[in-house]
Every structure is written in structure tokens, then in C-alpha cells.
Design a protein around this ligand. Structure first.
Ligand code: XLS
Ligand code: CA
Ligand code: CA
Length: 437
């Protein structure tokens, strides 16, 4: 069998003092943390598209990375990608992957040929999964790249494009179910609009929901027990994306009765683009019982677009993992690196360095989040901050017994409210003292 990641050895944990670039410094897969091995807390997944397909092209330059794997026909390249992907995941100790239909198999001359290509590659992936024990986290369909989706897929003004998307989703669902995936993602790349001058927003949203209902009905009829996810993103490619952020998506899901089947796949950089923090988006999902999965990456504070960089920010990873822990951890979801190496990092080794760095970042995030919880000072502070709602007038409010009249009466007969400090700086200093201990 041809080896693609030739310089990359079996990557193991060597501890923070290791200077071996091909070793984990913090990710120790089998280390038990709060009763569970790290690998089960984190459930790392490889994104097929960025890892095996992205060639580093940008609007100003051609690709810098050869992702043909020494092959020339589209099907041979697709098959070599499977070999390369499974070699990479095995060497890295990554147990899950995620894919779009379009990243794993090439489009044919007709839909029938595309479907056939997909089925052949799915067969091959299935054999590799059996051989390695690697699992599918989630699948999805790319209904945004092709010109037929220029006006959207589920939200297109063209019923033919809608039908094409539906046909693609049916096949991507079949592939996901066959490969035992525990999730199916909708990221609406073209599900939004540029100008209301040409847009019937009400029809577009109703149709999007119709497509999602069709997907749920079909998948459930085929025995799919996993979660559907919507992945919020506020802009890019369209100016107004309908799935702006977690709160917007929750409103949509509830309006159309999709909230029982759908959870959220939160991407770090999409949160940033929406003007939120990663942890804010995770918290909104968690408190609405909609936390599902994570696309881990980060943006660049100086660039306003979706740079999909590998995460290195331990501060942010810790705040994110606090939310994951509070949500009870991952069930069907996991932590997918929807991240790509920078254009000049064109060698295969760079992909390994990027994953090592990203996985170490989240391993640290997990360790530090539990240290913060075990330390208890921050949680105690928050509990005490709201303790007023546990008795007296506070309890009447939370019990739903208070009225505007009773609260007026209370206010008339009591002195001015006594304020207490929010102590943000003190809490930030606790956070840092634990992070850099
Ligand atoms: C693009 C999205 C995409 C989804 C899956 O911005 O992050 O990669 O995760 O279609
Ligand atoms: Ca993503
Ligand atoms: Ca992204």
C-alpha cells in the first residue's frame, strides 16, 4: 500500500516537555479525566474536505498543494484520498471523520453517474472503516458549490434546483446511514439572499423547512437514529444567511416543528463572524437542549472572513470545553476540525502539525475546564450572584407568583436595591491563574 504521509510516524503522547514535532504534548487519548478517557470527552474528527481536498487556492492565487495523490482520473484520485485519509487518521489516532458527498466522490456526466461514483467510494470507505475501526461522525451534502445552486438549494427560486438538492441529500443520507454516521449536517451555503428586491423570503424559508422535513422523514424511515444538525453562519457566501446564529436557528426550528430532530453544529469561526464568542453560541445551544456537535477552528482577528484556521487559542478552547462539560459532553456529536492549513503550508507534514496543535489545544481546554470546575471559585461566585432568587421576592419571581402589582408593593415598601460588584477582573484573574498553573 502506497504511503502518503511518509514523514509522519504513529503520533503518540510524549508530554509537555517533548520537543518531538510529531508527538502530542497534552492530548493523551487514554488518560482518564473525570471518569472518561480524553478521547471520549473530545471525539476528534477529521474533515475530509479541508484535509484531503483543499489545495490552498484563494481569490488571488492558484492552489499550492497537490491533492491528486499521484493519480490522474477523478475516481482514482477519490480512491487515493480514502487511502490517504485512513492512513492519516490511523497515524494520528483520530477515530472519526466527516464528509460532504462532493468531497468523497467526483461528479459524473449525469446524476446517475454521480450517484454511482458515490456508491463505489462509499463501498471503499466502508471496507476501510471495517479494517481500521474508524467511524463516521457526520455526513453532509454539498449543495452550494455548483452553479445550479447559485440561487440557493432548499431556498432556490428554481424548483428544479430544489429537486436536485433533495436528490443529493437522499444519497448523502443513504451514505451516512450505511457508514453508521451518528449525525447529518445542513450548512446552508447558498441559503440566504443578497437583495430583497428579488427575494420572497417567506417562501424561501418555508421551502427550506420542507426540505428538512423530507430529510427527517426519509432518514427516520431508513432507521437513522442519529441527530440532524444545522450549522449556523451569519454571512459568506450570501450577505444574509438564514441560519445567522444559534438563536436565529432555534427560532426557525421551533417555527417549523423541526426542534425534536435537529440540534446545532457550532463552528467557532462562524460564531466570531456573527459577532459572538464561540462559548456564547455553545451556551445558547446548551440552555435550549440543542447542543449537538462542534466544528473547531478559529478566525483571525484582523481578517473579517471565514479563514478556518486550526485552533491554537487555549483560552477560547477552555471556555468552549466548559460549555461542552455543562451540556453533559458529546453524545452523537464530536469535535470536528473544520480547519485547513495556510496556503504556504503546502506539505503533508503541515497537516499533521496542524492537527497535533489543534488536538493539543482542545486537550488543554478539557484539562483546564475541569480544573476550573474542580477549583469551584467561579461557579460558586455565579451561584452566589443569583442567590437572591432562592428565597423571598426572588423566589416569588422564579416561581411565577409575582405580579407587577406585588412587585410595585414590594418596591414601595423597601429601600433602594443594594448593588454588588460583578467582579469580572477578579474572575478573569482566577481563570488565568488556573490556565497558567
Ligand atoms: C462552511 C462550513 C462547511 C460545513 C459543512 O463554512 O463550515 O464546511 O461545515 O458544509
Ligand atoms: Ca463548518
Ligand atoms: Ca468555516
Amino acid at each position: 500500500m502506497k504511503e502518503y504521509f511518509k514523514n509522519v510516524p504513529q503520533v503518540k503522547y510524549e508530554g509537555p516537555d517533548s520537543t518531538n514535532p510529531f508527538a502530542y504534548k497534552f492530548y493523551d487519548a487514554d488518560r482518564i479525566i473525570h471518569g472518561k478517557p480524553m478521547k471520549e470527552h473530545l471525539k476528534f474528527a477529521m474533515s475530509w474536505w479541508h484535509t484531503l481536498c483543499a489545495g490552498g487556492g484563494d481569490p488571488f492565487g492558484s492552489p499550492t498543494m497537490d491533492r491528486s495523490y499521484g493519480e490522474s482520473s477523478p475516481m482514482a484520485i477519490a480512491k487515493a484520498k480514502v487511502d490517504a485519509g485512513f492512513e492519516f487518521m490511523t497515524k494520528m489516532g483520530i477515530e472519526y471523520f466527516c464528509f460532504h458527498d462532493a468531497d468523497i466522490a467526483p461528479a459524473g456526466e449525469s446524476f446517475a453517474e454521480t450517484k454511482d461514483n458515490l456508491n463505489k467510494i462509499v463501498d471503499y470507505i466502508e471496507s476501510k472503516m471495517k479494517e481500521t475501526g474508524i467511524k463516521l461522525l457526520w455526513g453532509t451534502s454539498n449543495c452550494f458549490n455548483h452553479p445550479r445552486f447559485m440561487h440557493g438549494a432548499g431556498t432556490s427560486c428554481s424548483p428544479e434546483s430544489f429537486a436536485y438538492a433533495a436528490a443529493q441529500i437522499k444519497n448523502a443520507l443513504d451514505a451516512t446511514i450505511r457508514l453508521g454516521g451518528s449525525g447529518y449536517v445542513f450548512w446552508g451555503g447558498r441559503e440566504g439572499y443578497e437583495t430583497l428586491l428579488n427575494t420572497n423570503m417567506a417562501l424561501e424559508l418555508d421551502n427550506m423547512a420542507r426540505l428538512m422535513h423530507m430529510a427527517v422523514d426519509y432518514a427516520r424511515s431508513k432507521g437513522f437514529k442519529g441527530d440532524f444538525y444545522i450549522e449556523p453562519k451569519p454571512k459568506e457566501p450570501t450577505k444574509h444567511q438564514y441560519d445567522f446564529d444559534s438563536a436565529t436557528v432555534l427560532g426557525f426550528l421551533r417555527k417549523y416543528g423541526l426542534d425534536k430532530d435537529f440540534k446545532l453544529n457550532i463552528e467557532a469561526n462562524h460564531a466570531t463572524l456573527a459577532g459572538h464568542t464561540f462559548e456564547h453560541e455553545l451556551c445558547v445551544a446548551r440552555i435550549n437542549n440543542a447542543f449537538g456537535s462542534i466544528d473547531a477552528n478559529q478566525g483571525d482577528p484582523h481578517l473579517g472572513w471565514d479563514t478556518d484556521q486550526f485552533p491554537t487559542d487555549v483560552y477560547s478552547a477552555t471556555l468552549a470545553m466548559l460549555e461542552v462539560i455543562r451540556a453533559g459532553g458529546f453524545t452523537n456529536g464530536g469535535l470536528n476540525f473544520d480547519a485547513k492549513v495556510r496556503r504556504p503550508s503546502f506539505e503533508f507534514d503541515d497537516i499533521a502539525y496542524a492537527y497535533i496543535s489543534g488536538m493539543d489545544t482542545f486537550a488543554l481546554g478539557l484539562i483546564k475546564a475541569y480544573e476550573i470546575i474542580d477549583d469551584g471559585r467561579i461557579d460558586t461566585f455565579v451561584r452566589e450572584r443569583y442567590a437572591g432568587y432562592e428565597s423571598g421576592i426572588g423566589k416569588e419571581i422564579t416561581d411565577g407568583k409575582a405580579t407587577l402589582e406585588s412587585l410595585e408593593e414590594y418596591t414601595l415598601t423597601h429601600p433602594e436595591p443594594e448593588m454588588k460588584s460583578g467582579r469580572q477582573e477578579y474572575l478573569e484573574s482566577i481563570f488565568n491563574s488556573i490556565l497558567f498553573k
